[in-house]
Design a protein around this ligand. Sequence first.
Ligand code: ADP
Ligand code: MG
Length: 257
Amino acid sequence: MVNAIDVLVSGRVVQHESPYREPATTGVIRLRGVTKSYGTGPGRTQVLKGVSFDVSEGEFVALIGQSGSGKSTLLNIIGGLDYPDDGEVEVLGLDYARASETERARLRNRRIGFVFQAFNLLDHLTCLGNVILPAQFTRDGKDASERGVEALRRVGLADLAGRKPSELSGGQKQRVAIARALFGAPALLLCDEPTGNLDSETGKEVIDFFSELNQRDRVTLLIVTHERRVSSVARRVIAMRDGMLGDAGPDDLSRPA
Ligand code: ADP
Ligand code: MG
């Protein structure tokens, strides 16, 4: 069901079929039969073989599975950074197949936060500079510094706003990256092995922080991780196996990356 909205075009009100669905009918993520292959000819491999799943508002879902099983590919498709070959992808009410590139970019920039294994911080900028960097390219630049310090406060690093990333520990760097992801107050946070470059103690701290963020601020979380602790704090653990998703069994949790 697609709803129609009225749009003002050149001074005239016209009906425009919105790519957004009725909010009441959707969760945060809805995937149906998503497929993706890489390569051509005999070298072609099907990474996703028809992935279907839903994530509701406020959920904390951990995605696990062996290395090369397609977890990052799936996360990138959900984040609008990559395209599926087939299937339906709907995120925060936006039907990707019907949306324009601009609409997808707007959703990505304003409502989705990304956290990666490599912290991807720029070392010539301060921590605050890194956090507010995305805002410099949008209209959201107003009060950016103030809001950037607030984002750093949420990850417990307001005191280090003026430091360079090279002066921080690994855990602190990842917290700066999380502050950057939180800066735009996203409804959905997609994290790809956020603890992969951290020692297990620091990894636990970061996972605990995600848990707190989910419970306190109701941010919906989808985290690719091998951190054992996640199985106890995530509300749902799903496993990627043979290009498809299923509930994780005890085997998946004990298996290394
Ligand atoms: P995971 O994150 O679970 O380790 P990925 O989604 O990164 O898995 O990769 C799944 C498979 O797809 C791997 O075999 C990988 O080599 C392949 N792959 C991923 N991205 C590309 C790409 N851009 N081009 C070709 N093959 C790719
Ligand atoms: Mg990966």
